[in-house]
Design a protein around this ligand. Structure first.
Ligand code: NAD
Length: 361
């Protein structure tokens, strides 16, 4: 198979971790008989330095012509970098918002996995963490409260602010279909999270999710109120497979789920549109404090590349091989500095990439 991938190395540790993800992908291609064509584009600070804007229209066109986009991370030190003296629409993060919009990326996927070998980093009590967990938050990314009409007015001398939370059934249906499709590739369970006891938008969410579920008799659907879900994530995360939810609830729950794994350098993410196209990136930022030192953990980016193989290319065997290599390397005791613990062997970013690549096949 020919894989046409646009890469965004970005800023900070971005170029280092993307290089390692490419190393692993190249090994996958070699072992499984695929051909990969990479095209790099600039985004964030790297683009500002060259073009004066965080993302050019030409770069967007290149991304649109690819099958998928693999990104490192963008942005610099927000207090010292000159990029943050620019107008908000010219700062690095504006590039990210622009590409998400241009590519219609409405579904955000954030897996949270607790690896046995890293269980000590999990902030939950051992009696909970020992069950392990492997869940995925599917968050609606382009609707709801963050995109509704908003205003601040003064009425009779009193300031009043209004934000509106709107969803139509099509927006709900397309993300629900994604959620059920992805559950089919996992443990076949969807927990739809809402606040249907209070909000009309949640009642519609629940109704449409139930309609979609009828086409997926092999997938179990359950509903959960968002406040309960926030509790269950720390009480019994092992119960979840796919958590399907709207924009703001997903924003909060996905950060909570990441924290319970305890390892920021291990967390992958993907943003998808209604085709197989997706943008894959680690959940963490550009870590300017450690950039250029070859000590960053490349695993989140490498696991994002595995998601790309699974969701954009339907190469499940290849994705399994990458994920198995991660488990194997952790089991053998290799660690980058951020996940280092006593008795393990500390390796650099590039060494970690090589160790993973060697274990694929
Ligand atoms: P950050 O995630 O970059 O770093 C937080 C801490 O985690 C730092 O101490 C960093 O060294 C460490 N860390 C992060 N990733 C690591 C890795 N792979 N290996 C080892 N350690 C790692 O968050 P921040 O410092 O708040 O943000 C830095 C910049 O990144 C900012 O400009 C921010 O806007 C940007 N950012 C970009 C994205 C994105 O591109 N999607 C996401 C979040 C933050």
């Amino acid at each position: 198979m020919k894989l046409n991938i646009t890469c965004i190395p970005g800023d900070g540790i971005g170029p280092e971790i993307v290089a390692e993800a490419k190393k692993v992908l190249d090994h996958v291609a070699l072992q499984f008989g695929h051909e990969i064509v990479y095209t790099d584009i600039l985004m964030g600070g790297a683009s500002i330095d060259v073009h004066g804007v965080p993302l050019t229209d030409e770069a967007i066109e290149t991304a649109k012509n690819a099958d998928a986009v693999l990104m490192g991370s963008i942005g610099g030190d927000t207090t010292t970098s000159p990029w943050y003296k620019l107008a908000p629409e010219l700062r690095p993060e504006a590039g990210l918002l622009k590409i998400r919009k241009a590519l219609n990326l409405f579904a955000n996927l954030r897996p949270a996995v607790l690896y046995d070998e890293l269980a000590a980093a999990c902030p939950l009590k051992e009696e909970i963490s020992k069950a392990g967990f492997d869940l995925l938050i599917m968050r609606e990314l382009t609707g709801g409260l963050y995109f509704g009409e908003r205003k601040t007015v003064t009425e009779n001398g009193v300031r009043k602010a209004v934000d509106t939370l709107t969803y139509n059934e099509e927006e709900i249906r397309r993300i629900a279909i994604k959620g059920f499709d992805i559950a089919r590739k996992r443990k076949k369970k969807v927990t739809s999270v809402d606040k249907a006891n209070v909000l009309d938008s949640s009642r519609l969410w629940r109704a449409v999710t139930e309609e979609v579920a009828k086409d997926y008799p092999d997938v179990t659907l359950e509903h959960m109120l968002v406040d309960n879900c926030a509790m269950q994530l720390v009480k019994d995360p092992a119960q979840f497979d796919v958590i399907l939810t709207e924009n703001m609830f997903g924003d909060i729950l996905s950060d909570e789920a990441s924290m319970v794994t305890g390892s920021i350098g291990m967390l992958a993410s993907a943003s998808l549109n209604d085709t197989k196209f997706g943008l894959y990136e680690p959940s963490h930022g550009s870590a300017p404090d450690i950039a250029g030192k070859n000590i960053a953990n490349p695993i989140a980016t490498i696991l994002s590349a595995a998601m790309m193989l699974r969701y954009s290319f339907d190469l499940d065997r290849e994705a399994d091989a990458v994920e198995a290599a991660v488990k194997q390397v952790l089991k053998e005791g290799y660690r980058t500095i951020d996940i280092m613990s006593e008795g393990c062997t500390q390796v650099s970013c590039s060494e970690m990439g090589s160790l993973l690549a060697e274990r694929i096949g």
